[in-house]
Design a protein around this ligand. Structure first.
Ligand code: GLY
Ligand code: MN
Ligand code: MN
Length: 433
């Protein structure tokens, strides 16, 4: 993504802030995995959205209307640290390459941040993510309050900066959609690779490895979240990530996986037979979930809400469960009683972007928020009939979810994850090859 996009996001945020205010947005920190090794570093999504800067510990400060409106604190150049742990942009290059008005060394953070905050009426800050940094900010405010004789003055009002940033993040630009389309494509191909590899006796972790290999080979080194590969009854554990079992002949396998590309997530689920052929009861349930997903997709257009799409899904699934003899009773009553929740216990979908469960309010003025062009969301109904459920025996041990990623357009939606087969005929044809 071009630096100009990050600069224009900062400009938009600056213009949404009140006069005489300051925003502080910290980068993520490195996290210890064990002893002296760290988890792979992942930049904070809000900080990344506004900077494109991928180093830990940095701090972005925005001061609208001042001579210097954008300040980045970052790690200074350090030859030994860079020999051991990797290159740093350093103060000067960070300013040139990322387009800030000013860059300062993190060594100066305490003094300089106090100067930048001093005298403003409002502080924009998102508390609770980085508690150590929170303490630093609270100490700074306390110092300012304690120093009126020095001419210091602390902001009277604190506003959560995330309310502004997350509203911006909800609507994706052309450049973001281009990356998300690519993430969808790579992820779809990863799923295809797993379908081609699957056979009785293969393991869940081998399918995971096939998928991750495909992501990494295509420039997406990390999955966007823990990949789920659940064979048989494991598919009925919604966030199953052990991925340790052998896949059995006659079972389905559910894979929920998406890559992260340039910070952006894809999130696809497909469910297919380990041996390449759906049994009769598997096919009946699969077609029901697919019918529900297609009905939900029909609802994705400006003006409609996620709740309306979810209601359509629930109606299709409940009617189908009655037809299959899994539920019995009156459709309207069963829906009112939420009887489907025994077999479909999660929501229809969620916003998607820099985070897999992306930010953005689902309600506006206490009402369900209508879809609007540029929003990206998942559509992912499922049915989960565990081995120990009360359903007729032929349906037990079957868990199915079908999940695609869609962009809301002016007239409807574009599916970013169409590349991976979804109908029974398409899946069986691919696996028969
Ligand atoms: N992979 C998490 C989800 O589908 O929401
Ligand atoms: Mn998913
Ligand atoms: Mn999802």
């Amino acid at each position: 993504m071009k630096i100009s996009e990050f600069i224009s996001r900062r400009t938009r945020l600056l213009s949404a802030m009140t006069s005489n205010s300051v925003a502080i947005i910290p980068a993520a920190k490195e996290l210890t995995r064990s002893r002296d090794t760290e988890f792979a570093f992942r930049q904070d999504s809000d900080f990344f959205y506004l900077t494109g800067f991928l180093e830990p510990d940095a701090v972005l400060v925005l001061t609208p209307g001042k001579d210097v409106e954008t300040t980045l604190f970052c790690r200074p150049k350090d030859k030994m640290a860079e020999i051991w742990c990797g290159r740093r942009f350093g103060v000067e290059r960070a300013k040139e390459e990322f387009g800030f008005d000013q860059t300062l060394s993190l060594d100066e953070l305490d003094d300089q941040l106090l100067q930048l905050v001093n005298g403003n009426d409002t502080l924009y800050y998102g508390q609770g993510t980085y508690t150590e940094f929170d303490d630093q900010v609270w100490q700074l405010l306390s110092d300012l309050r304690g120093g009126p004789k020095k001419g210091w003055q602390a902001p009277q009002t604190i506003i959560d900066v995330r309310s502004l940033v997350h509203e911006m993040r909800l609507f994706k630009s052309e450049a973001e959609l281009e990356i998300m389309a690519k993430a969808g494509e790579i992820s779809a191909q990863g799923h295809i690779r797993a379908m081609q590899f699957a056979k009785p006796g293969a393991t869940e972790y081998q399918l995971e490895a096939e998928i991750h290999h495909h992501y990494a080979m295509n420039g997406a080194r990390h999955p966007a979240y823990g990949t789920i590969v659940g064979g048989g009854d494991n598919a009925n554990i919604l966030h199953y990530t052990e991925n340790s079992d052998v896949l059995c002949d006659g079972d389905l396998v559910l894979i929920d996986s998406g890559c992260e590309l340039q910070g952006y997530a894809a999130d696809i689920t497909r469910t297919f037979p380990v041996n390449g052929k759906f049994s009769k009861s598997q096919a009946a349930l699969y077609d029901l979930v697919l019918e529900a997903q297609l009905a939900a997709l029909e609802m994705i257009k400006p003006g409609n809400t996620l709740k309306q799409a979810a209601e359509v899904t629930i109606k299709v699934l409940t009617q189908g469960l009655i037809d299959l003899g899994i539920l019995s009773g009156d459709l309207t009553q069963l829906i009112e009683d939420e009887a489907y929740k025994a077999y479909y216990m999660h929501g229809l979908g969620h916003w998607l972007g820099l985070d897999v469960h992306d930010v953005g309010d689902y309600k506006q003025d206490e009402k369900d928020r209508p879809f609007a062009p540029g929003m990206v969301l998942t559509v992912e109904p499922g049915l989960y009939i565990a081995n120990d459920s009360n359903a007729p025996e032929q349906y037990r041990g079957i868990g199915i979810r079908i999940e695609d990623d869609v962009v809301v357009t002016a007239t409807g939606y574009t599916n970013l994850t169409l590349g991976v087969p979804k109908t029974i005929a398409e899946i069986e044809a691919l696996m028969a090859k």
